[in-house]
Design a binder for this molecule. Sequence first.
Ligand code: ZN
Length: 178
Amino acid sequence: MTLPKTYADRNCPLARTLEVVGERWTLLIVRDAFYGVRRFGDFATQLGIPRAVLTSRLKSLVQEGVLTRDDDSAGGVEYLLTAKGIALWPVVHSLMNWGEAFYSPDGPRRVLRHDQDGGLLDAQGRCQECGSVVPVPAIRVETGPGFQPSDSVQDPVSTAINTPRRLLEPITTPRASR
Ligand SMILES: [Zn+2]
């Protein structure tokens, strides 16, 4: 599935948004960034995406100001969500909810909670325990009853993602030699 690079309707804000995040893999890269993935090799490992495609998508997301490209203390490169990127969270959350509602017969695969009190988030991102709209860094993601562990050996990035953790908390894996 390849979406056209440019959408015809110049007056549609959805079409404009899809020019930024509508290409295959792009929202999965953004999702991984919310899960704390920051390094090229970790995105590549977790998504199983061809490296040339990943390079292209990351470059485009940096150009659009969704991600920033920073040098880390170890001399490597990290990609972090900007405020503009974090503003995509309700979109990612809604698409996750839609998938859970229609394609998760065994229950949710991922469960989102307010880290502070463990309250479940509703579809609008509101904590059902304390009633607050939970800011992204205070959201904890866990695997749910519909989660199906992979048969294959888990890579360290997937293992970290599948362990309860707060969004945006950086995943640190031993740096692979490239
Ligand atoms: Zn709460």
